[in-house]
Design a protein around this ligand. Structure first.
Ligand SMILES: Nc1ncnc2c1ncn2[C@@H]1O[C@H](COP(=O)(O)OP(=O)(O)OP(=O)(O)O)[C@@H](O)[C@H]1O
Length: 718
């Protein structure tokens, strides 16, 4: 029997077809596993036939039913491979048109199989060449033909490359060019050197044992392309692949994701960063799978920032591990705070109750009043969080000599003494009430873990950018330092809580084990470009606290409409326009649950909810992950949007008064550094909200727009 493989492009079509067509696909596919090659060719029902005028002589189509055909790539003449690759499912005429234009080839550098629209490239190139003659500069002028060939660029693509004047034109070519070659060009366009591109892109795809001269063999090329092609081992696997709701991320990892997730072992903590939607969570989940497979007795702690996100991770891991209870039992999935509380309670069932932010603020206000202090409650709370809990300072003497990194006002010994008096009174008040802060619980848990020893073999941390040093100390104490102890993923551009860390000083040194993901799988390039402009005016500290982070090379493979930014004269008009927008998204084929609406405050969400409901649109208020099966447009605060995604997102109320929200901003005269940090946090919050959108993004305000959006070109007023 021949081998069968399914290309990622096949799923794009398969996902969209109705059930009876799917049944037809399954039936046809099963034949590839039951019949010999000769029998396949002879089978009347399958009707395996070549495609007239095809650019690729290996193209075949098969009959699914009277209306639908599958497109299949077969080995060419002289190719001994015994494999068929299903690449698409399309209506009859489209299938022939699609197949005739496509050319599959083996990349000379990566040795992977890639596909191009050869006809469209041939048609476009002469037009672009003409325009290029009068262009002041060409995008790839500095890169020699030799360097491009080394990176796998072939003749047809090279000619096209020499006609490209700018990034916009490269993007216009994007859907036509062969995948690996396109990726190489995108990195070069971002000014990565050919050597870097070889190291970061080509070397990771090229098989270690690739012969110097490549022989065109379909089976080998397919085996070299795990990021885009799935080999099907037998009937059971075929059944499973076609029956499960298809989650591409389970199967097709980008080489950069696969590299970080499935490296056999790391010498110590590993850090994976990347912009929103680059598959960090996916990489973390695959790492958990890998770690579980390595040692049958190991336990993994998988943490994230909120309970809702933890619930989402649980569902995803269940899917990735095929519901294997034995494996799932070896993973604890929780937030750091919940885990710390569990550790403390396990030792002392009567441990104090955690208090929320509001109550803490209230306590600090009392402290200021009772001691008649020259500080605001905000200043004290920040000093306590960043300096005292941040460095785990337990007594006055340590505090008096502690560095105050990140704080923008000097405190002499007399003032520090006063401040410590305040801390003592604050902690005393908590104790009296049988209470403790969340970070206090973390500190206690870290002590207990240090005393009693590690509980897990591996810790995997998602959304690592928002963890406080006290939380890191818990994680550090959960595992013994050593190989594969900590694997963390995060994006410092999405830091929306006020945490500053130096990971190295907390015993989580990732130097030499830091990786970056750059391909966004969630949002269109248009959404990314718009959202990235929000952060353009600022620099962002690196995840480990050492230097800065950047979104260089961050890009999407998806294309779509431009985001809309729109101002209104009143909130009422803004909400009315939202209702219209939601209606038009629904009319355009989106289900209500695929739409997310968010705002900085619940008050505006209340208004939106009322208006949507009275227009007959179902609504669901979410505090995190809502089950896909629950109907209704999701309404959420910006903070609760973290980690979620929707096909369409409306961000409401981006006004000057809400973003930045004055109450959350420390006045510059109180602490200039904290002032800047607060502003950045608010900016990141808007960035997080906007990058939840997959296909459509709409940002609106009434009255004066937020300064964060005002400078972006589309901002206009009605
Ligand atoms: N290799 C892949 N193939 C297909 N889809 C993928 C792949 N990797 C990630 N995705 C999809 O891209 C989206 C974003 O992935 P994920 O949530 O892991 O990104 P993230 O980097 O953690 O995002 P954020 O930081 O914004 O929360 C998800 O819908 C995920 O299923």
């Amino acid at each position: 029997m021949p081998q069968l493989a399914l290309a990622q492009s096949f799923w794009d079509g398969y996902e969209k077809v109705e059930k009876p067509v799917r049944a037809g696909v399954k039936k046809a596919m099963a034949k590839f596993q039951q019949l010999t090659v000769a029998e396949l060719h002879a089978d009347k029902g399958l009707h395996l036939e070549s495609v007239e005028n095809a650019r690729d002589q290996r193209m075949r189509t098969i009959r699914i039913n009277d209306f639908w055909r599958g497109v299949v790539l077969a080995p060419g003449p002289g190719d001994e491979s015994d494999i068929f690759l299903l690449v698409n499912v399309l209506p009859h005429d489209d299938a022939y048109g699609w197949a005739a234009k496509r050319l599959y080839s083996t990349n000379s550098a990566t040795r992977g199989l890639e596909v191009r629209n050869a006809v469209a490239i041939d048609q476009l190139t002469p037009l672009y060449e003409q325009a290029a003659r009068s262009a002041p500069q060409l995008l790839f002028a500095k890169i020699s033909d030799g360097a491009l060939r080394e990176l796998g660029v072939d003749n047809q693509v090279l000619r096209a490359v020499r006609s490209i004047v700018d990034k916009a034109q490269l993007e216009a070519f994007a859907t036509l060019l062969p995948e690996d070659q396109l990726e190489v060009l995108q990195y070069l366009a971002e000014e990565f050197s050919p050597e870097d591109v070889y190291r970061d892109v080509v070397a990771h795809r090229r098989p270690a044992d690739a012969p110097a001269e490549h022989v065109d063999n379909l089976a080998t090329a397919v085996a070299n392309t795990p990021a885009r092609i799935r080999l099907i081992a037998g009937p059971d696997e075929l059944q499973e692949a076609l029956d499960q709701p298809f989650a591409a991320w389970r199967v097709f990892l980008h080489p950069s994701q696969r590299r970080v997730a499935y490296r056999t072992s790391y010498g110590g903590p590993v850090q994976v960063t990347g912009g929103p939607g680059t598959g960090k969570t996916v990489a973390a989940l695959h790492r958990v799978k890998h770690l579980l497979s390595r040692d049958e007795s190991s336990r993994v702690l998988l943490t994230t920032y909120t309970n809702a996100l933890a619930a989402g991770l649980r569902d995803s891991l269940d899917l990735l591990l095929d519901g294997d209870e034995k494996l799932l039992r070896r993973v604890d999935i929780t937030t750091v705070d919940a885990h710390a509380t569990g550790v403390v309670r396990a030792h002392d069932a009567r441990a104090p109750q955690p208090v929320g932010d509001r109550e803490q603020r209230h306590l600090w206000t009392n402290v200021v009043r009772r001691l008649n202090l020259p500080f605001t409650e905000q200043f004290l709370a920040q000093e306590y969080r960043h300096v005292i809990l941040g460095q785990n300072l337990r007594d006055r003497v340590s505090y008096l000599s502690a560095p105050r990194r990140g704080r923008g006002t000097a405190l002499g010994p007399a003032r520090r003494n006063l401040l410590w008096d305040a801390v003592e009174l604050f902690e005393q008040s908590l104790r009296k009430g049988g209470e403790i802060t969340h970070l206090g619980i973390c500190a206690r848990a870290a002590d207990l873990l240090a005393e009693h020893g590690p509980t897990h073999q591996h810790v995997v941390v998602d959304e690592a950018q928002d963890l406080h040093p006290a939380q890191w100390r818990v994680l550090r104490a959960v595992v013994a330092p050593g190989p594969d102890d900590i694997f963390l993923t995060g994006d410092p551009h999405q830091r929306i809580y006020d945490s500053r860390v130096s990971l190295t000083s907390l015993g989580v040194a990732t130097a030499g084990r830091s990786f970056r993901l750059r391909v966004n799988y969630r949002s269109t390039e248009e959404i990314l470009t718009w959202a990235s402009k929000l952060l353009a005016p600022v620099t962002v500290d690196a995840l480990d606290g050492d230097g800065h982070d950047t979104l260089a090379g961050y890009r999407s493979l998806l294309r779509g409409g431009r985001p809309e930014a729109q101002g209104y004269s009143s909130q009422q008009d803004e909400v009315a326009a939202l209702v219209e927008q939601v209606r038009s998204w629904v009319d355009g084929g989106l289900s209500a649950s695929e739409i997310g609406v968010c705002a900085r405050f619940n008050l505006l969400l209340d208004k939106a909810e009322k208006q949507l409901k009275s227009s007959g649109i179902p609504v669901l208020r979410v505090r995190g992950q809502a089950r896909a099966s629950e109907p209704g447009v999701r309404l959420s605060t910006m903070h609760a949007m973290k980690g979620l995604e929707f096909r369409a997102v409306a961000v409401l109320g981006t006004t000057a008064g809400a973003l930045p929200f004055a109450r959350e901003i420390t006045p510059a005269e109180v602490d200039p550094l904290q002032h800047e940090a607060d502003l950045l946090r608010e900016r990141c919050l808007l960035f997080v909200a906007c990058t939840r959108a997959r296909e459509a993004l709409r940002v609106s305000w009434s009255g004066e727009p937020s300064p964060f959006v005002a400078h972006i070109e589309q901002a206009g007023s009605r």
